[in-house]
Write a protein that binds this ligand. Structure first.
Ligand SMILES: Nc1nc2c(c(=O)[nH]1)N[C@H]1C(S)=C(S)[C@@H](COP(=O)(O)OP(=O)(O)OC[C@H]3O[C@@H](n4cnc5c(N)ncnc54)[C@H](O)[C@@H]3O)O[C@H]1N2
Ligand code: MOO
Length: 404
């Protein structure tokens, strides 16, 4: 077991563990926020045919060569083409089809014009300017060309991607099954929400907070309940949770107190403890172990520290377990909006918000940075990182931050 290691080393050690992702098929309705388990290539052109971008007329551009306000080109109407109607008459010299937005361009036509720019009757249209051949036609495949690569295995299915799949007529896609991650909260003081609160007891909030973050990463969190601070009971409950999930997250008991059993319970159930304690604050009270290829992540009981440990250390592994290839969160450089008055002997994580002002990206620190605080996670979209050994920092210092 490695002890007191650096954050990057712990994150990378976890993320290097092999994962097995199972696949299933999802219909388009269920596909958003799932992870693609296959490469997707365009089967058809989108749009499938050359079409009109306007409500107007389709004709041969050459027919308007000498058109002026005084001497317009006068073209006879062949047929009317609303969207959804296949053309039946070829457009030849001196003819135009009345066409509506989205309708297929009839054979022979190579240009369109908006009807507002013309004068027209039911039988003919007058065009007062040159409309060059090949103008104002949306070509087949203009959006997506058949055969092009649309998305790769491991990509999250976002709203635009599901729209693209639909435009291709792709009804089902292979997705990764969401890994089930059981959350077991250890602590004799824990009371489930809905129960009355006795003296010295607190509500189990961690399961709710962590479920939300795990869900956002692409996993299926499962509440494995609470267990008192008894090492054998904790070990048994972790073993039971491991049987029905792909990973187990515990909270509490990750520190050095007389009732802190995260490491002991993992060892008692026969897991190999990879590391315990990280040189970072908050969230440094963290343990990771592996049993039969499944990870047991022991987070701090302190709600703020638990989330920061999950985000900074385990997020890439969890995303990998979900089948995602974008495992690392985006990192940006930001200016500290307010000074940081404390030195940072260890790597320090700060909960804050991205603020944009006068073309600059600022890190605005949220109030309440203690390891027990859950309130400062509210509205937190940026995790600032101050390198170990940094002195107090003035406003305007550039720091690194993770977008979460
Ligand atoms: N002597 C030392 N004491 C502590 C150290 C240390 O280095 N030496 N580290 C401190 C730090 S930093 C942290 S973080 C905590 C970590 O403690 P544990 O992981 O052992 O967590 P607990 O002691 O079980 O609980 C801490 C805190 O969080 C509350 N809690 C626990 N579970 C939940 C839950 N499910 N929902 C909401 N709140 C929860 C618990 O009641 C405690 O208040 O250790 C420090 N001590
Ligand atoms: O070790 Mo605690 O997890 O820093 O806040």
């Amino acid at each position: 077991m490695l002890k007191n290691i650096e954050a990057d080393a712990a994150r990378d050690m976890l993320c290097a563990l092999p994962v097995t992702c199972r696949t299933e098929t999802a219909g388009l309705r269920d596909a958003p926020d799932r992870v693609l388990a296959e490469d997707v290539t365009a089967r058809i052109n989108t749009p499938p045919f050359d079409r009109s971008p306007f409500d107007g007329y389709a004709f041969r551009g050459e027919d308007t060569k000498n058109a002026t306000r005084e001497k317009p080109a006068v073209l006879k109407i062949t047929e009317e083409l609303p969207a959804g109607k296949a053309p039946t008459i070829k457009v030849t010299v001196g003819y135009a089809a009345k066409i509506l937005t989205g309708a297929p361009i009839p054979e022979g036509a190579n240009a369109t014009i908006k009807y507002e720019l013309t004068e027209f009757t039911k039988d003919e249209v007058r065009i007062f300017e040159l409309v060059a051949p090949d103008s104002d036609i949306v070509r087949a495949g203009d959006d997506i060309r058949a055969g092009t690569h649309i998305a790769e295995k491991g990509a999250m299915i976002t709203a635009p991607l599901v729209g693209i799949l639909a435009s291709q007529g792709i009804e089902h896609v292979a997705v990764y099954k969401k890994p089930v991650i059981s959350i077991l909260n250890t602590g004799t003081e824990l009371t489930e929400v809905g129960q009355p609160l006795s003296p010295a007891m607190i509500y189990n909030s961690n399961v709710y907070t962590l479920s939300g973050y795990l869900r956002d990463m692409g996993a299926a969190p499962k509440n494995a309940g609470v267990v008192p601070d008894l090492p054998d009971a904790i070990a048994d409950r972790i073993s039971a949770a491991l049987r029905e999930s792909d990973m187990v997250v515990t909270t509490g008991g990750a520190s050095v107190g007389d009732y802190d059993w995260a490491v002991t319970s993992a060892e008692r159930l026969g897991a190999e403890v990879l590391f315990w304690k990280i040189n970072m604050k908050p969230g440094g009270s963290i343990m990771a172990a592996v049993k039969d290829g499944k990870v047991i992540l022991g987070l701090s009981g302190n709600p703020g520290a638990a989330v920061l440990g999950l985000l900074r250390i385990a997020l890439p592994y969890v995303r990998k377990l979900c089948g995602r290839t974008d495992v690392m969160p985006p990192v940006i450089d930001v200016f500290l909006k307010e000074p940081l008055t404390k030195p940072s002997p260890k790597l320090r994580l700060l909960r804050g918000r991205l603020e944009l002002s006068a073309g600059r990206a600022y890190f605005a620190e949220n109030e309440g940075q203690s390891n027990g605080a859950v309130s400062s996670l509210f509205g937190c979209d940026l995790l600032g990182e101050i390198a170990a050994g940094s002195p107090p920092l003035p406003a305007g210092t550039i720091i690194k931050a993770y977008r979460i």
